[in-house]
Design a protein around this ligand. Structure first.
Ligand SMILES: Cc1cc2nc3c(=O)[nH]c(=O)nc-3n(C[C@H](O)[C@H](O)[C@H](O)COP(=O)(O)OP(=O)(O)OC[C@H]3O[C@@H](n4cnc5c(N)ncnc54)[C@H](O)[C@@H]3O)c2cc1C
Length: 401
């Protein structure tokens, strides 16, 4: 049987879900391509940065994982430079890979807005592992500095600034503050001189989320001693100082920026429509019209719900769009009709340090504290264990080969 070659670009949440939903069909041969040899569990970055998780909790080896499906799924580590839809080829640095169907799942990166002078030079993003690793080391270094000076009667404050109070900024701030709060007895009270400030231009933290989530989160952040600055527009950043539009200057030792993303799209001779986040605007079936065998999923594409509202770029929507595209490819091959893509957000859980979270499911179930933490843990553990089981199979196959 002649197998269709499906190439998937990007081994993130969308790319992996697409592989999972296509690999069971013997009509397909699949190649997953990523510049990194691992899948990075960005959603767990907050725990890694604060030292609660280790590197093995947030990375999954893609070669072993793909091998776990069998010979018809292969992983290739390479930098993707473009797509040639006319020739039906993916362009890599040193070769071209032909495809029958293509799924673009290249995600997004931090948008260090060019209009904020000095932002890129002086702050870190957390959307890739190298940056998260660097931030983890810096956080540990700051704690170490405070441990070393425990006898200083007048210790200076060390400020960590987080630009952007969306999901990722809030989770990282809360986890670091919880570590300090929980361990200052053993670390020495000077550890409490590490101060965390969340800065956002919107009039609330977690813009776009329900008032239940926003209010509970704000309360928790305040109880952890986090300073929240909303309606605060960052004008420029220089080494050691953040200047706001209202003239205020905040000193900082370390700054991360989680205030915006820009999609990773690929070079193509075919002009693609993109939105203000750089996301590809697809047709109703997530295809990059007019090349009907090219699809896009996840953060790199504009996704909408049934009412036409934009969906937030999350792992949840990346997975839903990938499931939809995988099903569409199968349906088209079977000659079955395909309906347009619509998804909705089932719920959101915000990890707020230690064993505390806030969550909302289907707009009606609301939980906070330990119960929400357990539910969030169940979801993330389930995801991780699924990947781990596949890794175990892949690793066994490698040693048997
Ligand atoms: C700290 C943090 C916390 C978050 N918490 C949550 C949460 O609780 N819930 C939630 O749903 N979402 C959360 N998110 C958002 C979520 O992580 C993203 O929406 C999700 O990763 C998007 O998945 P994706 O597959 O589209 O892209 P990604 O997961 O970003 O994957 C894209 C992949 O493409 C590869 N790639 C890109 N360009 C190229 C190229 N040119 N060549 C080769 N490879 C390339 C990258 O290496 C990467 O592996 C969080 C994000 C962060 C940063």
């Amino acid at each position: 049987m002649q197998q269709e070659h499906i190439v998937i670009l990007g081994g993130g949440y969308g790319g992996l879900r697409a592989v999972e939903h296509l690999a069971g069909d013997p009509r397909f041969r699949i190649t997953l391509i990523d510049r990194h040899p691992y899948h990075y569990l960005q959603t767990e970055a907050y725990g890694y940065i604060a030292g609660r998780f280790d590197i093995h909790d947030i990375t999954i080896d893609l070669a072993n994982w793909c091998r776990g499906f069998g010979r018809h799924v292969a992983f290739k580590q390479a930098e993707i430079t473009g797509v040639d839809p006319e020739a039906k080829e993916v362009v890599l640095e040193h070769e071209r890979i032909p495809y029958d169907s293509l799924i673009v799942a290249t995600g997004a990166r931090t948008n260090f807005f060019a209009f904020i002078k000095g932002l890129r030079e002086n702050s870190y993003g957390v959307k890739n592992l190298q940056r998260a690793f660097a931030f983890r080391q810096t956080f540990e270094q700051l704690v170490y500095t405070k441990v070393e000076e425990t006898r200083d009667p007048e210790p200076a404050e060390l400020q960590i600034a987080i630009g952007g109070a969306g999901l990722s900024g809030v989770e990282i701030a809360a986890e670091m503050a919880d570590v300090i709060e929980k361990h200052h007895k053993t670390l020495g009270t000077n550890a409490k001189k590490i101060r965390i400030t969340l800065i956002d231009a919107a009039d609330t933290i977690l813009p776009g989320m329900s008032s239940y989530i926003v209010n509970r989160t704000a309360k928790r952040l305040e109880s952890l001693g986090i300073r929240i600055l909303t309606n605060a527009f960052i004008d420029r950043v220089e080494d050691g100082a953040i200047h706001l539009k209202d003239g205020t200057a905040l000193s900082y030792r370390f700054m991360i920026f989680t205030g915006g993303i820009i999609a990773n799209t690929l070079q193509s001779d075919v002009p693609l429509e993109t939105n203000r986040l750089g996301q590809i605007v697809p047709d109703a079936y997530l295809r990059l019209s007019p090349h009907m065998n090219v699809y896009a999923v996840g953060d790199c594409v504009e996704l909408k719900d049934a009412k036409g509202n934009l969906l937030p770029p999350t792992a949840q929507t990346a997975e839903k769009s990938a499931e939809y595209v995988a099903a569409s490819i199968r349906k088209r091959l079977n000659g079955d009709p395909v309906s347009p893509f619509h998804a909705k957000v089932d719920g959101v859980f915000v990890a707020l340090g230690g064993r505390y979270a806030v969550g909302e499911l289907f707009g009606i179930i609301r939980v906070s504290g330990y119960t929400a933490y357990l539910l969030k843990k169940l979801i993330t553990k389930g995801y991780y264990l699924g990947l781990k089981l596949r890794i175990n199979t892949g690793f066994k196959k490698r040693t048997e080969a």
